[in-house]
Design a protein around this ligand. Structure first.
Ligand SMILES: C[S@@+](CC[C@H](N)C(=O)[O-])C[C@H]1O[C@@H](n2cnc3c(N)ncnc32)[C@H](O)[C@@H]1O
Length: 226
């Protein structure tokens, strides 16, 4: 009971803070906190944001990349326009969404250009069945990882939300840590306590030709799971 009250109070606190700062969601603070701590997004970067409605993460990403950067947000639901952000309504699973992303990248930059960071806050519709919600959430995380593989440039960054559960361990160790030089599990203060969601932050994408980075990787101290 006391825990619930605390969680609600925290939710309320971030809700008010989001309104005061003109952010569209409390979720905006989660990305802000992660970026403050890990410097995931830099000025001038190109970002793909999956599961972007109502647009809080897009707002934070746009602030960080500035005028020179590029942010592309994707969601099943329509998103109210955000100045300087390209928005695509559609299912991230569909080829149409990828075609739309490719068109924006080609128009704004150049054909086949790679991006700096892929972020995904995609969530399933909660069914109430914990195991089912966990499994669907891991499926969405895997979908976002396929975007990272297709679009990230070597050295790029990746942030993904997942509802924690028994499949998270394999996803983290077998799928993320093998593809990135640094990976961490993170619970932002804005979502802690009542929620089972965690974020995985991964930096230094190895690219498809992973051998290129082996020497460099050896020089980096192991900075893995918290
Ligand atoms: C928690 S919300 C994202 C909040 C957002 N990061 C913000 O700051 O405003 C999760 C979103 O994931 C979207 N989503 C879930 N599955 C998706 C899919 N297959 N393709 C695109 N969006 C999806 C949902 O429509 C929902 O709007």
């Amino acid at each position: 009971m006391a825990k619930n009250w605390q969680a609600n109070r925290r939710k309320d606190h971030f809700y008010k803070k989001a309104k005061a700062q003109n952010f569209r969601s409390r979720a905006a603070f989660k990305l802000q906190q992660m970026c403050e701590r890990y410097r995931i997004i830099k000025e001038g970067d190109i970002i793909i944001d999956l599961g972007a409605n109502p647009g809080g993460w897009c707002q934070v990403a746009k602030e960080l990349v500035g005028e020179e950067g590029l942010v592309i947000g994707v969601d099943l639901k329509p998103i109210e326009p955000i100045k300087g952000v390209h928005l695509i309504k559609g299912n991230a699973k569909s080829e149409r969404v990828k075609r739309a992303i490719n068109e924006i990248l080609e128009k704004e930059r150049e054909k086949n250009i790679k991006v700096n960071v892929v972020i995904s806050d995609m969530s399933p519709k909660i069914s109430g069945n914990y195991h089912m919600d966990h499994a669907v959430s891991v499926g969405l995380a895997e979908l976002s990882l396929s975007f990272a593989e297709e679009y990230l440039r070597p050295g790029g960054g990746y942030v993904v939300k997942v509802f924690d559960g028994d499949m998270t361990h394999d996803f983290f160790h077998k799928e993320i840590r093998t593809r990135f030089r640094m990976a961490k599990r993170h619970s932002p203060i804005a979502s802690r306590s009542s929620s089972s969601e965690i974020y995985i932050i991964a930096l230094g994408y190895k690219g498809l030709d992973k051998e290129d980075l082996v020497e460099e990787e050896d020089e980096i101290s192991d900075d893995s799971e918290e």
